[in-house]
Design a protein around this ligand. Structure first.
Ligand code: AMP
Length: 113
């Protein structure tokens, strides 16, 4: 499968690793939108949040168990934002579910159009 995040997880494309366990991989976003911008992905390929179901929800659970550890390791003591973009209107550019963890400064309140 031609998926850039699967290739990153396999180590075929370099990334700045921030966290890894048996199910989750986290790395620095190549185009940061905040002073701290991590991506958190499941090692198992899931196309987007719209594809979460009873069969794969455990992978998402593992992501959300990892996020507080990743945030702590990045020094995000004062809070942070977790975002997942879905599909065309959500401006999802990589079709492997990923959670943006943004922080390191007060973020803008507005998240919509
Ligand atoms: P989205 O637009 O929500 O699909 O987010 C995809 C994110 O992946 C963007 O923030 C990109 O900057 C990021 N990205 C794309 N390719 C890479 C890469 N090779 N290494 C790190 N981040 C990447």
């Amino acid at each position: 499968m031609d998926c850039i995040f699967c290739a990153i997880i396999r180590g075929e494309i370099p990334s700045k690793k921030l966290y890894e366990d048996e199910a989750v991989y986290s790395f620095a976003d190549i185009n940061p939108q905040a002073p701290v911008h991590a991506l958190v992905v499941p090692k198992k390929h899931i196309p987007s949040a719209d594809a979460i179901n009873g069969e794969n929800a455990d992978e998402v659970k593992k992501i959300f168990c990892a996020i507080p550890k990743i945030a702590a390791s990045l020094g995000l003591k004062n809070g942070y934002r977790v975002i997942t973009n879905v599909g065309e209107d959500g401006c999802q550019s990589v079709k492997h579910i990923h959670f943006h963890v943004l922080g390191g400064a007060k973020l803008p309140e507005n998240m919509g159009v």
